[in-house]
Structures are given as structure tokens and as C-alpha cells.
Design a protein around this ligand. Structure first.
Ligand code: FES
Ligand code: FE2
Length: 385
């Protein structure tokens, strides 16, 4: 299908806007076009509260993460005062990136170009040979702070100065998830995958169960006896969509594998018998099941490149058990197998939509959230009518 010149004319998306069973899927160029991707960077990623990992990644003062997100090099750092802050990873002298991408611990950030240095709270600590520079005020040359807020042990960064606080973005979700006691959970393992697909392709996959019988036929389909009457889509009260699936055993284990006991704080609750799975827009998948939780954090790298981070969360007391690693390995096995299956499916879809012969398709009743996600993106990417 030919990409039109007037890419953001709402008429090209009118079919996606219809109710699910009358609608068409997104036009193929929305997964391939650099211009469409750039519009998403500007109107989605640079406006949203972006999920960027877990506080356990910066557990001690001086711990930092340096990464590029939606084209912005940034630093997340825990200060000596234990406050976690985010900064633009650009020196105030001539703009050099201060820290290489990755994680580490430091007492001072020193620029590798002319050795300006910054304290952990971002203030300029030293600027050699700047005494003669007229009107140079060190107090006005600290690192550029970015908005960072946390909830439930998760880190969120927002590039939009005028956006309402994180609490508005999350809406009623913290209350819904209170029973899982996220503050008590430990990030036990973090695994990074680089994928050759558009971010929406992976997110759409994460929020439909239609593919499970095919893509996961040898794995989760075998054990996840989700009761058909026990699967529903809940009305969101913030920037998310959510499903709840009722089933007996942990959704995070393959059939027959041993695991941990149920999360104590779920006792007597509806959530004790299933998996509560919100997709926090734009792209963070959370799955809270009977005995643990996990997240899928996406970093958009380009129209057809996406980084996926899988985070495994267990209640703190489980991680202190002598048999923790042995039992956790069963969960890791399940996640590694199924994530790989989803990555194969997503990269295969990307190959197909790259074709000039690819056309929009139609939705099954099993794909309401794919439709909802696509419309959420269009609400932001297109100009208001
Ligand atoms: S660019 Fe950083 S000290 Fe010169
Ligand atoms: Fe899947």
C-alpha cells in the first residue's frame, strides 16, 4: 500500500476510528514510516509519563542509569540524599554526553571533554579555568533536570514541563494494584531484548490473547486454562487499558513446574484467582499474577526497532529463601520461552507490513485492545478534528 503524501490527513485513518467489528487495522505505513514514527516521538513519547524501570536499578547513592529514550540522552541518578533524579545527559559547557549508556556508580559526574564536574544532585561542582569568563554563574549551570516521579517502585520520566503529575496519568491504577503490594517487591531479574519491529506491533501482541493458541501452542496455551467466563476488559480510569483473566495456577509458570506460594496480600480477593494485566500507555505491560508480577518496558528506537526490557518481580520474602534461585529459574524459563515466541511473531509481522502489497485488515472480536491502543495513538498523532 502506497504511503500518502498527506500522511496525517484523518481520512486515511477513518476506518480505524470505527467501532471494533466495523473497523480496519492501522495502515501499514504507521508501522514503517519514519515520519509517522517522528510524530509519535513528538506527540506520544515526549508528552507521556514514560516507564523507565525500577528503583532497585539505582538502589544506592551514586547509582545511575544512562540511556537514550525517544531520542533524548538522559541520566537517572540516586543522590547522596537518597532522592532519585533525572537529568539531560548533556554537559552545560559545549553539550557533550557525560555518561556512556549503561549503569554504574559515581561520586561526581565529570565531563570527559574539559572536566566540568557535577554533583549527584546536578549542581555544577567544578568548571576549570572559567574564572575570566564574564558573568559566568556556576549556580545557573547545573545539569538540566527532567521530571521524574516514582510509584510502586517504578521510575517514570516526563519530558513535558506542562504535563499534569504522574498521579493523573495513572488515574485509579495504584488503587487497583494496591493488593499486590508492589512496594514490597524486588526486581529479581532484568533482561533486555532488541527487536526488529515497530513498538506498536509488540504492544498490540501483548494485549490480545487471540494469538495464544497459535504462537504459544506448545507453551502457555497448554496450561493457561483461562475460564472463558473469567476474562474481561475493565474500564480504565487513567491512561491505561486492563484485562483480568481468571485461572487457577500462576500465569508465570509452565504446567507442572514448582513455584512460590501465593502473594499473602491477595488472600480473599478476586485477584487471588487470576492475572490482572494493565497496559500503561504508551507501552508498558504489567502482569500481576497469583504469586509474582512482571513488566515489559519498551524503548522506541526507530520505526522498525524497539528495545524490550523484561523485569521479574517477586515479594521480598521469596528472594530470601534458600531455594529462591532454583524456583525462580522456572519462572525465567517460562518468560524466556514465551517472550521469544512473541518476538518471532512480532518481527514476522513487521516483515509482512514492510511489503508494498500489505493492506489494512479487519479485527476479530478477540482484539478489542489492539483497536483501543491504535485509537489511543491516533488521538495523539492526528490533529484534533
Ligand atoms: S563539553 Fe563538557 S566540559 Fe566541555
Ligand atoms: Fe504472546
Amino acid at each position: 500500500m502506497q504511503q500518502p503524501a498527506d500522511l496525517f490527513d484523518p481520512r486515511h485513518y477513518a476506518a480505524v476510528r470505527k467501532p471494533l467489528l466495523q473497523a480496519e487495522t492501522m495502515p501499514p505505513w504507521s508501522y514503517t514510516s519514519p515520519a509517522f514514527y517522528q510524530r509519535e516521538v513528538e506527540r506520544v513519547w515526549r508528552k507521556a509519563w514514560n516507564f523507565l524501570g525500577h528503583v532497585d536499578q539505582v538502589a544506592k547513592p551514586g547509582d545511575y542509569l544512562a540511556l537514550e529514550f525517544a531520542g533524548v540522552p538522559l541520566i537517572i541518578m540516586r543522590g547522596k540524599d537518597n532522592v532519585i533524579r533525572a537529568f539531560a545527559n548533556s554537559c552545560r559547557h559545549r553539550g557533550t554526553a557525560l555518561l556512556d549508556a549503561g549503569s554504574g556508580n559515581c561520586g561526581l559526574i565529570v565531563c570527559p571533554y574539559h572536566s566540568w564536574s557535577y554533583a549527584l544532585d546536578g549542581t555544577l561542582a567544578g568548571a576549570p579555568e572559567m574564572q575570566q569568563t564574564e558573568g559566568f554563574d556556576p549556580a545557573k549551570n547545573g545539569l538540566i533536570p527532567l521530571r521524574l516521579e516514582t510509584w510502586g517502585g517504578f521510575l517514570f520520566v516526563c519530558f513535558d514541563e506542562s504535563a499534569p503529575p504522574l498521579a493523573n496519568w495513572l488515574g485509579g491504577l495504584p488503587e487497583k494494584l494496591e493488593c499486590y503490594n508492589f512496594d514490597d517487591m524486588v526486581l529479581a531479574r532484568r533482561r533486555v531484548f532488541d527487536m526488529d519491529c515497530n513498538w506498536k506491533i509488540f504492544v498490540e501482541n501483548a494485549k490480545e490473547s487471540y494469538h495464544i493458541a497459535t504462537v504459544h501452542k506448545a507453551t502457555i496455551n497448554k496450561y493457561a486454562s483461562v475460564r472463558s467466563a473469567g476474562y474481561w476488559v475493565e474500564k480504565p480510569t487513567g491512561e491505561y487499558v486492563v484485562t483480568f483473566a481468571q485461572h487457577d495456577n500462576s500465569m508465570a509458570l509452565l504446567k507442572g513446574d514448582a513455584g512460590f506460594p501465593p502473594i499473602e496480600s491477595l488472600a480473599g480477593r478476586r485477584e487471588a484467582g487470576g492475572t490482572y494485566a494493565p497496559l500503561l500507555y504508551p507501552s508498558t505491560y504489567l502482569a500481576c499474577t497469583i504469586d509474582c508480577a512482571w513488566y515489559l518496558e519498551l524503548h522506541p528506537l526507530g520505526p522498525d526497532r524497539t528495545r524490550l526490557v523484561h523485569g521479574a518481580l517477586f515479594p521480598q520474602s521469596r528472594t530470601r529463601r534458600a531455594d529462591f534461585e532454583k524456583l525462580a529459574a522456572n519462572y525465567y524459563k517460562r518468560w524466556d520461552i514465551t517472550i521469544e515466541e512473541d518476538i518471532v511473531a512480532s518481527e514476522r509481522q513487521q516483515k509482512g507490513v514492510n511489503s508494498p502489497y500489505s493492506l489494512p485488515g479487519r479485527f476479530s472480536y478477540r482484539e478489542p485492545l489492539v483497536h483501543a491502543i491504535d485509537n489511543w495513538v491516533l488521538d495523539r498523532v492526528l490533529d484534533p478534528a
